[in-house]
Write a protein that binds this ligand. Structure first.
Ligand SMILES: CC(C)(COP(=O)(O)OP(=O)(O)OC[C@H]1O[C@@H](n2cnc3c(N)ncnc32)[C@H](O)[C@@H]1OP(=O)(O)O)[C@@H](O)C(=O)NCCC(=O)NCCS
Length: 383
């Protein structure tokens, strides 16, 4: 039985107030209690945060911060059984109330610790993220920090491109994702042998910095044909279907119902009711010199085997098989079928109501306006 230090909610509120009034204390932008898997040297390979908190539950944050001597900055602390018991003591007035997800999580962890079902390579952590004076999270500082940022995205607590992910690749280790859990590449050979000698089979699903999102969170209202094609850090809006050939990178996503049979690159956001046809792709920014993050508007039809290096507004179509790059010359055609002007595709980036096609007779790239908006542009382009 845990001895409770706090009996009433008023006492709890006073405790939180006193913690928050400590000099330098800052409320975290995000925090979470996680279960980390480590290699045999104790290096963290990955962290599972069942319930990330973002701009919420500041009382819980204050208690965890106080127990782990955290004040501000992006930090992770290991939580001991004694600290978890103390925390549950402080949360006593809420213990019997439903809906306190952090308390429920701490109770489950305590049970696992008491019953010794937690594995030797697992540790319990509390991770805190704070915004700096510029309102940014700053670069990623650790594996624990990286996994919290990725899970904030996949839990839909932050949007695509909303938080800083600089340094992510430098921080994340390559991990073998296996049927026996994440394994350090340094230990893979010995673990394979060990498995065989014990009559087991160690199956490696992937060697990657990012695990599949679905092993951490399946957000509500989504369908995923092949879970390995959606990386942790993807943001899937409710109503999204990612078909077997579809791919969703980290920090890439959909804002609402969408059918994704193509590839959504890092940094790309796809609007609601948009359809990415089979093998449709967007030019990314991770390599190849691309700097512009592409956004696709709502109600767009992005044709099979097509692609784009420019953003689309709402209600756009890209013909199957047509790949638009920013420097291509496009003939803009009005609702009456007349060529209004020619321009570089990048000048049309983000514009709504355009159907892009390669004219099968002239070979010219055309942007057909569905609405009578192009004539306004014609005025602008008239010298
Ligand atoms: C671009 C696209 C949307 C046009 O489809 P549509 O609006 O149904 O147009 P249609 O094929 O009926 O053609 C309309 C007219 O434009 C003409 N046209 C169509 N594409 C043309 C082209 N590339 N060049 C010249 N003329 C073309 C047609 O000949 C037709 O002319 P008409 O009115 O004189 O008969 C369609 O071709 C396309 O690529 N859709 C994407 C489908 C897809 O990949 N879905 C993803 C599922 S995996």
């Amino acid at each position: 039985m845990i001895m409770s230090q706090i009996i009433t909610k008023v006492e709890f509120a006073k405790l939180v107030e006193s913690i928050e009034s400590h000099e330098g204390y800052e409320r975290p932008f995000a925090f979470a209690i996680g279960i980390a898997t480590c290699d045999r040297r104790g290096e963290v390979l990955e962290v599972y945060y069942p319930h990330p908190n973002c701009n919420a539950n500041f009382g819980t944050a204050a208690v965890l911060a106080s127990l782990t001597c955290h004040i501000s900055g992006n930090e992770t602390a290991i939580l001991t059984l004694a600290q978890i018991e103390s925390a549950l003591g402080y949360f006593y007035p809420f213990c019997e109330e439903p809906g306190h997800i952090n308390i429920q999580l701490l109770r489950s962890i305590k049970t696992a610790m008491d019953e010794k079902t937690l594995q030797g390579d697992q540790k319990i952590v509390a991770t805190f993220l704070h915004k700096n004076k510029e309102g940014s999270l700053g670069p990623v500082t650790s594996v624990e920090d990286a996994y919290l940022r990725l899970q904030l995205l996949s839990h839909r607590l932050v949007k695509v491109n909303e938080i800083n992910l600089d340094n992510l690749f430098q921080v994340l280790p390559n991990v073998a994702w296996t049927n026996l859990g994440p394994i350090s590449l340094n230990e893979l050979t010995s673990r394979q042998l060990e498995a065989r000698l014990n009559g087991n089979w160690l199956h490696v699903y992937a060697v990657d910095k990012f695990p599949p999102m679905a092993d951490y969170i399946v957000p509500s209202g989504v369908r995923i044909g092949d879970a390995s094609r959606v990386r942790l850090g993807a943001y899937l809006g409710s109503g999204t279907t990612v078909m077997h050939e579809g791919f969703m990178n980290f920090n890439a996503g959909t804002t609402g119902p969408s059918m994704i049979e193509g590839r959504v690159s890092a940094g790309v956001e796809v609007g609601a009711d948009t359809d990415f046809g089979g093998s449709f792709s967007t030019q990314g920014t991770l390599s190849g010199g691309g700097k512009t993050k592409i956004k696709i508007g709502e109600r767009c039809l992005c044709g099979a085997n097509a692609g784009t290096g420019i953003s689309l507004g709402d209600d756009c179509v890209i013909e199957a098989g047509l790949y638009i790059t920013p420097g291509m010359v496009v003939a803009v055609i009005d609702v009456h079928g007349k060529v209004v002007y020619e321009t570089k595709a990048r000048e049309l980036s983000g514009k709504s109501g355009l159907t892009y096609r390669r004219n099968s007779q002239t070979g010219k790239l055309e942007a057909l306006s569905k609405k009578n908006t192009i004539e306004l542009n014609a005025i602008l382009h008239k010298n």
